[in-house]
Design a protein around this ligand. Structure first.
Ligand code: BMA
Length: 374
C-alpha cells in the first residue's frame, strides 16, 4: 500500500470510529465529506500533496493514443521520480458544448477513465473548467462583453442555455464511479482566477454580487438540482491578491470547502532570475499567510491550486524557490500546470531530459511533499 493510501485510509477509519462512538444519529456522510476529512488529515500529517495537470493523458512530446486499451502508466512525473503525482488535474472546457474532447484535445472518455484510475490507485483528482463564452460564442478568454455573467444569471437571456451547459458538466461528473459503482469524490474548482480579467467571469467583467451569484448558482445546480455528492468545492482567485480582494467575491462558507490561489512564477522587464524568484517566494508567503488565517477562521482547507514556472528555466527552481515558498504552510496540495505535448516550451513539471529533472526528484522526495508512491 502506498503512503498516500495509508493516510487516506486511516482518515476514513477515524471518521468511521467517530461515527460508531457517537450515539446521536448523524446524517449520512457523503463521498465529499470523506474526502474533505481525508485532506484535513493529510494537512495534519504535515504533508503537501503534489499535483500535475493532465499528467496521465499526455506529457512533453507524447500523448495517450489508444483511449480504450492504454494502461495509463505513463507520466512525465513518474518517469523522473518513480511516483505518480498524488493529485492529477483535468479541465472540463468543452464539456458544455457537448464536445467529445476538451479544449486541449483530451477526450472526455479518456479523462473519465484516467480520473477513476487515479482515484483507484489512491490519488485525488481535481477539475477546473474553461467554458466557452455563452453570450458571444467565443472562448473562455473572450472578454469583449461585460454582460456575459449578467446574461446567464436568473432572468438573463442566456440563463436556459447556461443551465444546459451546467447539465452537461453534471452528466460527466456523475459518471465518475469506482469499481463498486460508488461516486468518486473529486475537487471541483469553477470560476477560477477571477481577480484577473482574462476570463469572461473576471473582476472587470461582472460585479461582486454577480460573481457570487454565479458561483452559488453553479453550486445550487450541481449539488441541489442534480444532487451530486462527490464535489469538494475550491475557490481560487488569481495573483495580485490582498485579504480584502481575496474575500470580496467569496461566495460564502456554505459553497466552499477549500481556499485556493493560482499564482505563477514569471520573469520579465529586465529583472534577474534571482530577483524574480525572491519576489515569488515573498509574494507567495504573504498570500499563504493571510489565506491560512482565513482558512482557520472559516474552517476550510487551503491549497495552491495552480502554480509553476513555464519551461522551468532555473534547474533548481523546485528546491530553491517553490519548496521554500510553500513548505511552512498547511496547504493540502500544490499543483503545477500541464506539460503540453504539442507546445515544446509549455511545460510546468520535469520530464526525463529537462534540465530540472534531478531537482524535481529531490523536491518530490523531500519530507514535506507526498507523491503517490506505489
Ligand atoms: C492554459 C494553457 C492553455 C490551455 C488552458 C486549459 O493555461 O495551458 O494552453 O488551453 O490552460 O487547459
Amino acid at each position: 500500500m502506498n503512503k498516500l493510501s495509508i493516510i487516506l485510509l486511516s482518515a476514513a477509519s477515524a471518521v468511521a470510529l467517530a461515527a460508531c462512538g457517537n450515539k446521536e444519529v448523524k446524517p449520512m456522510e457523503t463521498p465529499k465529506d470523506r474526502l474533505v476529512a481525508q485532506l484535513f488529515d493529510v494537512v495534519k500529517s504535515g504533508k503537501i500533496l503534489y499535483g500535475h495537470q493532465d499528467d496521465l493523458v499526455y506529457g512533453h512530446a507524447w500523448k495517450v493514443e489508444d483511449v480504450k486499451n492504454d494502461p495509463l502508466e505513463r507520466s512525465d512525473v513518474k518517469a523522473v521520480t518513480g511516483a505518480f503525482p498524488a493529485i492529477v488535474g483535468f479541465d472540463l472546457g468543452g464539456i458544455e458544448m457537448g464536445w467529445e474532447a476538451n479544449l486541449d484535445g483530451v477526450s472526455f472518455d479518456l479523462m473519465r477513465r484516467a480520473a477513476v484510475t487515479h482515484a483507484a490507485r489512491g490519488g485525488v483528482v481535481t477539475f477546473s473548467w474553461h467554458p466557452r463564452n455563452p453570450l458571444t460564442g467565443g472562448d473562455a478568454w473572450d472578454v469583449s462583453s461585460d454582460q456575459v455573467v449578467a446574461s446567464i444569471l436568473e432572468g438573463g437571456e442566456k440563463h436556459d442555455l447556461f443551465l444546459q451547459w451546467l447539465g452537461r458538466a453534471a452528466d460527466f461528473l456523475e459518471t465518475l464511479k469506482d469499481a463498486d459503482g460508488q461516486p468518486v469524490a473529486v475537487l471541483f474548482r469553477p470560476w477560477h482566477e477571477h481577480t484577473g480579467s482574462w476570463f469572461w467571469w473576471g473582476e472587470n467583467l461582472c460585479s461582486e454580487q454577480q460573481y457570487k451569484d454565479l458561483f452559488r448558482m453553479t453550486y445550487g445546480y450541481l449539488t441541489g438540482t442534480r444532487g451530486l455528492t462527490n464535489l469538494v468545492w475550491v475557490y481560487s482567485p488569481g495573483s495580485g491578491i490582498t485579504p480584502q480582494r481575496y474575500m470580496s467575491r467569496y461566495p460564502g462558507d456554505e459553497f466552499v470547502d477549500m481556499l485556493g490561489s493560482d499564482d505563477y512564477q514569471s520573469v520579465g522587464g529586465g529583472q534577474s532570475l534571482a530577483d524574480a524568484e525572491a519576489g515569488y517566494i515573498a509574494g507567495m508567503k504573504e498570500s499563504l499567510t493571510f489565506m491560512n488565517a482565513l482558512a482557520q477562521e472559516h474552517e476550510k482547507l487551503m491549497c495552491l491550486s495552480e502554480t509553476g514556472f513555464e519551461g522551468i528555466p532555473d534547474p533548481s527552481w523546485w528546491t530553491s524557490t517553490l519548496l521554500p515558498a510553500i513548505q511552512d504552510f498547511p496547504i493540502a496540495y500544490v499543483l503545477t500546470w500541464r506539460n503540453a505535448h504539442d507546445k515544446p516550451g509549455h511545460f510546468y513539471a520535469a520530464w526525463p531530459e529537462s534540465g530540472d529533472a534531478a531537482d524535481f526528484k529531490a523536491f518530490a522526495e523531500s519530507d514535506n511533499i507526498l507523491m503517490l508512491n506505489e
